[in-house]
Design a binder for this molecule. Sequence first.
Ligand code: NAG
Ligand code: NAG
Ligand code: NAG
Ligand code: NAG
Ligand code: NAG
Ligand code: NAG
Length: 678
Amino acid sequence: MAMFVMKPISLMLLYLLLVGVAISTAPLTAGNNDHRQFVYSGFANASLTLDGTASITPSGLLELTNSTAMSMGRAFFPDPLRLRDPSPTGTVQSFSASFVFGIISVYDMMSSHGLTLFVAPSKNFPAMPVQYLGLFDGSNNGNASNHIFAVELDTWQNVDFGDINNNHVGIDVNGLTSVRSYPAGFFHDQNGTFRNLTLSSQEAMQVWVEYDREKTRVDVTLAPLAMAKPREPTVSAICNLSDVLTDVAYIGFSSSTGKINTQHYVLGWSFAMNSPAPSIDLTMLPKLPRHHPKGRRSWVLEIVLPVATAALLLSLGAIAFLLVRRHFRYAEVRDNWESDFGPHRFSYKDLFHATGGFENKNLLGVGGFGRVYKGVLPRSRLKVAVKKVSHDSRQGMKEFIAEIVSLGRLQNRNLVQLLGYCRRKGELLLVYEYMPNGSLDKYLHNGKEGNVVLSWAQRFRIIKGIASGLLYLHEEWEKVVVHRDIKASNVLLDDEMNGRLGDFGLARLYDHGADPQTTHVVGTIGYLAPELARSGNAAPATDVFAFGIFVLEVTCGQRPVNHQNTQDSQVMLVDWVLDKVQKGSFGDTVDSRLKGRHDGGEAYLALKIGLLCSHPFADARPTMRQVMQYFGGEIQPPDLCFEVLACMQREELDPYIISSRLSSTTRISAMSDVSGGR
Ligand SMILES: *[C@@H]1O[C@H](CO)[C@@H](O)[C@H](O)[C@H]1NC(C)=O
Ligand SMILES: *[C@@H]1O[C@H](CO)[C@@H](O)[C@H](O)[C@H]1NC(C)=O
Ligand SMILES: *[C@@H]1O[C@H](CO)[C@@H](O)[C@H](O)[C@H]1NC(C)=O
Ligand SMILES: *[C@@H]1O[C@H](CO)[C@@H](O)[C@H](O)[C@H]1NC(C)=O
Ligand SMILES: *[C@@H]1O[C@H](CO)[C@@H](O)[C@H](O)[C@H]1NC(C)=O
Ligand SMILES: *[C@@H]1O[C@H](CO)[C@@H](O)[C@H](O)[C@H]1NC(C)=O
């Protein structure tokens, strides 16, 4: 926007009086022809004379150079100025100019080459880009016939012209070797200290250029935009411009670029003869284009950004991986019906952490139903045993869970308490209270605890305890629960060496096995009742059979099936005991490791009950309630008559032979006892 203002006549007269110039018609006529002052607060609609790359942008910026390398651009105020007063000895009058500029470079804090405000005799004088700033050329630099005065804002140190640095303000007369120059910056009004400014900082700055005719002094002052003009100029020079400039002259800007693509902008401009330059309306100024200089870009875009992007992608990938892993690692299966058992449901994550990720060092044992791990629950610090049972079928799961959860509700001191469960795909996890002394079979047979000999009192208490636990399952709970897998390795010992029956109900799960082709006969060879091997139907009586074998095992300290010296001959414990009984040497059957330190009556009772319970005919076995009564002495057990003994020895009813025949055609699960323990 241009404002061509003719000074009001009255002001002009006042001025003439003040400076003491004799009143004549000359200044008035001169005033009629001269544009004495102008202000551009932005250049929209301004009719400047442009050449080279200079243009006015739609937003009103005077763009002297666009980002073309090795280019130059100039812009002139369109009309000539009459600088000298019209007297015969007319000297160049005082004038002042101010402008706002901005230098935008592709590099941070580095640009080429600079821009000037100049006064020149014509609008068409030879000039070159790069170091000549669009003001001079290779031949006329420094030639007094140029009649050019300029203020340079130079961002390139050219030693040919004696440049002090690559960021300076210089006063030039007829050439680029400055009369005076100084680093770009300003002096604080308050304390006179100098503050550097960077010309190519991409920030707009303001410059004031003032010529004092009386003192023949040029003052150039630089300041950040929006700062009042500092009192102390940045650089000044005594310089009689009357010796330099022509009477009729043109004022304008020139600029050039070198190899670094730089845009030189002028945002606003004002000029006045014989008075301070009118102030530019800073609020009206167009905005400098936002530019990410290459220096910063090379850091931010070319190194930091790719690295940051890669890092971001990596971390997103890692998070996704962790989430997916977490999803799969801790994935569970949950059905609607389980809401009833909510309190008994453990999260897989808790169990995973409790057992140290099911680490092998926490493995307590491997049984027929799966691996058992020791664990400590994260919040309660409660010690637990976690049994991992492979199970693919959802069939029967509801009934099974309902049963074990309901069993877990009532505490029986002869049952290992089930604390809860968790389900995953193909896996069921059962959480039991932890039994610090492990399983009984390890004490009975050669194992880790094999050298610890359980006393007779301990054994008798364990036998009675298991009988009581089994009675509870068979008769004292809401419904009949058949354990199906009674054996020494399923009897766990608590901290007081009380026997506790574990794994109850678990066998039931295998009645609904995933594979309909196989009939799972659950149980352990040696403990299998003959009728179970025949029909596969578990009943309380089949538990009683296994209990009988168990009693014999504990009393005699021998496995249900003994491998004798020769590999082929396997002797059933029952047969061995029967043999001894028939020979009248009952006492020889009691575990020799007790070294006779046992109660003979109790041992006889236990052996008798063991034999009665392991009767081949289910109907001939006592119930668990009767067994408890025998132990309690309320009822005398029947005598082992000859018929009974003979009947038990009939070979075709031999439980082992029947079950081993069966095992050749039918898969027998849970053979853990034969394969070497839980
Ligand atoms: C420039 O001129 C156009 C039309 O001539 C006008 O609409 C616009 O307001 C002017 N802009 C300025 C900043 O004077
Ligand atoms: C710079 O200006 C020149 C001359 O006006 C023009 O040919 C060129 O395309 C411009 N370059 C850019 C990047 O604007
Ligand atoms: C200065 O320029 C004028 C006119 O172009 C020329 O005649 C003169 O020789 C030049 N002087 C020098 C020292 O180059
Ligand atoms: C001088 O004054 C300016 C403005 O008050 C202040 O920012 C600067 O720190 C001062 N410098 C010294 C050396 O006191
Ligand atoms: C200002 O810049 C000059 C030249 O680059 C340097 O010597 C001086 O130390 C700078 N001064 C301050 C205060 O930064
Ligand atoms: C400046 O130069 C002109 C012409 O050479 C001369 O008339 C005038 O006296 C000079 N001014 C000063 C202050 O020296």
